[in-house]
Design a protein around this ligand. Sequence first.
Ligand SMILES: C[S@@+](CC[C@H](N)C(=O)[O-])C[C@H]1O[C@@H](n2cnc3c(N)ncnc32)[C@H](O)[C@@H]1O
Length: 148
Amino acid sequence: MGLPWRVALALQEDGWFLRSHITWIKTAAMPESMKNRLTRSTEDIFLLSASPKYFYNLDGVRQDSGANLRDYWIIGPDGNKAGHPAAFPRELARRCILLGSQRGDTVLDPFGGCGTTGIVARSLGRDAVLVELSEKWSDVIESRVNGA
Ligand SMILES: C[S@@+](CC[C@H](N)C(=O)[O-])C[C@H]1O[C@@H](n2cnc3c(N)ncnc32)[C@H](O)[C@@H]1O
C-alpha cells in the first residue's frame, strides 16, 4: 500500500514540511513467505517540521568521517525487544532524538510499543511522552522507563 508515504504526503497536504526521507536498512530483516515479490528489509523514516525553520542539530550525529549524516541508516537488532513484536533498535531512536532535540526537551512517541523512545530519551537527558494503545505494553513501558 505504500502506507508510510501516504501518511507523509497526507501530512504535507495538511501543511507539514517534508524535509528528509531516510531509509532504514535492516541487517536482519524477518523472512517472508511471499513467492511473488522481494523480501522487505527496509523501512521509511520521515523528517517533518511544522514550520520552515526548526531545530536541527547537524552535529548531533555524524558519519565516522565527520561528514553530514547520510539518509540511509544501516542498523541491526540490539536485543531491545522486551518481547514486543515490532520494537525498533535503540540506535534508531538515538539518532532521531540527537538530531531533533536538545537536553531538557520533551520527545513524543505516539506509538510507544515497549518504550524504546522513553528509555533512550531519558539516557540522553530528554523527557518523553509515550502513547500506547495496549494496556499490556503500557505496563511494560511503565516498568522499563520508570522502573515501576
Ligand atoms: C511498531 S510498534 C512501536 C514500537 C516502539 N517503537 C518500540 O521500539 O518499542 C507500534 C505500537 O503502537 C501501538 N498502537 C497501535 N495503534 C495505536 C494507537 N492508535 N494509539 C496508540 N498506540 C497504538 C501498538 O500497540 C504497538 O505497540
